[in-house]
Design a protein around this ligand. Structure first.
Ligand SMILES: Cc1cc2nc3c(=O)[nH]c(=O)nc-3n(C[C@H](O)[C@H](O)[C@H](O)COP(=O)(O)O)c2cc1C
Length: 80
């Protein structure tokens, strides 16, 4: 089943563009392998991200993302 999640979170520290670039490079590789697409916005020390793809893969990734200590106060805005 196709699934999507949108969440917001607060960055644990001030990400530089290099930090974002490195994180996205790894995320893009993994997402592609797992048929996941999405987009992410980083502004004012907050993230908003959409991830979408096969339900199992999305739930697994979302658990990993929630446990990631580079951000906190993860709030689900949409899951369907
Ligand atoms: C704001 C934020 C967004 C993230 N988005 C993704 C993502 O879209 N895909 C992904 O694989 N990892 C993403 N991550 C990283 C995961 O939380 C986690 O570190 C990663 O899945 C671990 O995989 P690895 O051990 O194979 O590198 C994100 C992390 C943060 C802080």
């Amino acid at each position: 089943m196709y699934y999507s999640v949108i969440y917001q979170s607060k960055a644990q520290y001030n990400f530089t563009s290099k930090d974002i670039e490195l994180m996205l490079m790894r995320a893009k590789q993994k997402n592609k392998k797992n048929n996941i697409t999405g987009c992410i916005v980083y502004a004012n020390d907050k993230f908003i991200q959409l991830i979408q793809g096969p339900k199992d893969a999305i739930l697994k990734l979302y658990d990993e993302i929630k446990a990631d200590d580079r951000h906190f106060d993860v709030v689900t805005l949409h899951n369907q």
